[in-house]
Design a protein around this ligand. Sequence first.
Ligand code: ADP
Length: 319
Amino acid sequence: MKKIGVLTSGGDAPGMNAAVRAVVRNAMYQGIEVFGVYNGYEGLIQGNIKKMELGSVGDIIQRGGTILYSARSPEFKTDEGQNKAIENMKSFGIEGLIVIGGDGSFQGASKLTEKGFPCIGVPGTIDNDIPGTDYTIGFDTALNTVVTAVDKIRDTATSHERTYVVEVMGRDAGDLALWAGLANGAESIIIPERAEGFESVINKLKRGQARGKKHSIIILAEGVGSGVEYGKKIEEETQMDTRVTVLGHIQRGGSPSGYDRVLASRLGAKAVDLLIEGNGGRMTGIENNVVVDHDLLDILNKKHYVNMNMYELSNQLSI
Ligand code: ADP
């Protein structure tokens, strides 16, 4: 293998740049040319591909977002789109592709591999919802963003004796809400995997109220429902002054944490090694602090589980 491509796809995550840097630098270190594909699979179809130099990835390890841009590409889901992508890569002499993204992006990488074009997936998403890796790139940074925001909300919740519902990202996965809830000492955590009955949230608030507790924080993963609706219902049921904060896209941005930079560097570099060794259809990951790789199709057929022990612990600690 003499030429490889790299792209970022799907929702952006802090640390994607550090992963791109690791891919480019590790490949060049081993005498391989790297082509950056801009705008994800859309750029692959349109031939938006440029040769990367050592300097192209200078000064990006600390930057959030992705210098390669990201996009969603409905056309890439079609056979014609995928064939066009392969033709474009071949016209540049590219023989293998590294895809940094979430499970949707891995579906695409798996399709290209099935068509004989080897791809390696690098898990980059703030949701931490990919099986086969303890952490995804971006999760740690997003978690710290949420924790810092909720600390600030807690100050005003205490001063005004209010109940706050904080809606965080997580359509299908509750990791961000669960970890933030535990880290912020939230009274209740509501996640898709265990949508704690509304009743029990209310009961807990009422128990606290009876004890003289005057402020509470409830962390809600967006996939369960709207924070605004939850806030209204809570105020109706408890008569407590209730406010809602939807953290939104600030959770996606920002300079990656030290942990995410290290993770991205390790997983990005490993992806290059896998391609050089002649692999395709693999995903890199981290398990017990060891860099591992798994079959991409196996990963796509597996389900990610949240750590329910942490959920129980949070309940115990917030009685
Ligand atoms: P993420 O990677 O963050 O989960 P998406 O689910 O939006 O993000 O997927 C990113 C892109 O991956 C899509 O826009 C599409 O081009 C491609 N993709 C998603 N699912 C498939 C699929 N089943 N087959 C081929 N390509 C897919």
